[in-house]
Design a protein around this ligand. Structure first.
Ligand SMILES: [Zn+2]
Length: 268
């Protein structure tokens, strides 16, 4: 038999999903969460009302929501937290599941989708600082989120921007003697403020008995990075190069997402 907390949680999951579905897919009967494998758990994590863990497909919510459970009432804060986490997962599954970590709290994908729902009657929690920076520096995506006729329209735009961003940084890959130098854009990490952070990783690779180095520059983007602006991209790239004393001009090679993903996973 299911315990009270589980039943209460399930009732809220249904309601949270239904609200999102009615806004995003008004003519469809599909759920907003279109896979049933997500694990929902009640778990305390310091400083979090909830979290989404991509690696285990888990959504967790804070135990504090289960102190007072009313049979015929919904807890609005629990619904807001569930919707916040459902949107993380939605982006991860439907818009970008790769290393860009486009579903994170500081990404324009996450913040514009929150704006989309919040302007249509939801009240989903956003990190105040990220939200403010996003609305200021990514104005036109924010405007699109407010004015778009369909949820699909916003998603298509976000996918285009993601591809442009990745292509730009990947196209900067170059080979110098025994070292491959590549740049990986990501919204991962704790980049609360303004400028892009840079993390350098050096990986030793064995190819046919020959040692090769892979030098990966992880470019930690933030809500302040204008994902639509080619000048912003170029600026960040030049900034990284000058910080590291790398030539920003040179011969670049093609690389695909899969290769970088495999390499970057090895670093974890
Ligand atoms: Zn979050």
């Amino acid at each position: 038999m299911k315990n009270e907390k589980q039943k209460y949680l399930e009732r809220h999951i249904k309601k949270a999903d239904l609200e999102l579905r009615n806004i995003a897919f008004p003519n469809s009967k599909r759920n907003f969460q279109n896979d049933s494998k997500t694990k929902y758990v009640i778990e305390y994590k310091e400083g979090c009302l909830g979290y989404y863990r991509a690696s285990t497909n888990t959504i967790a919510v804070d135990p504090k929501y289960f102190k007072n459970m009313y049979r015929h009432k919904y807890n609005k804060d629990l619904i807001s937290t569930l919707q916040h986490e459902m949107i993380h997962k939605y982006i991860d599954y439907n818009i970008d599941s790769s290393i860009l970590v486009y579903w994170n709290d500081n990404s324009p994908a996450f913040l514009s989708i929150l704006a989309y729902f919040n302007n249509r009657g939801c009240n989903i929690y956003a990190n105040y600082k990220y939200d403010k920076i996003f609305k200021r520096y990514n104005k036109s995506i924010y405007n699109l989120a407010i004015t778009c006729k369909t949820f699909m329209e916003l998603q298509i735009k976000l996918i285009q921007l993601k591809n442009q961003t990745k292509e730009f940084f990947y196209s900067k890959l170059r080979i110098e003697e025994d070292t491959i130098i590549s740049y990986i854009p990501t919204y991962d990490g704790e980049s609360y403020i303004s400028s892009a952070k840079l993390i350098k990783q050096r990986i030793i690779n064995e190819v046919n008995g020959k040692t090769q180095f892979l030098e990966v520059y992880i470019v930690n983007l933030s809500a302040e990075f204008n994902i639509e602006d080619a000048e912003d991209r170029a600026y960040i790239f030049d900034f990284i190069c000058s910080e590291e004393g790398i030539e920003s001009e040179g011969e670049y090679e093609e690389i695909d997402d899969y290769v970088i993903k495999t390499k970057s996973l090895k670093m974890a």
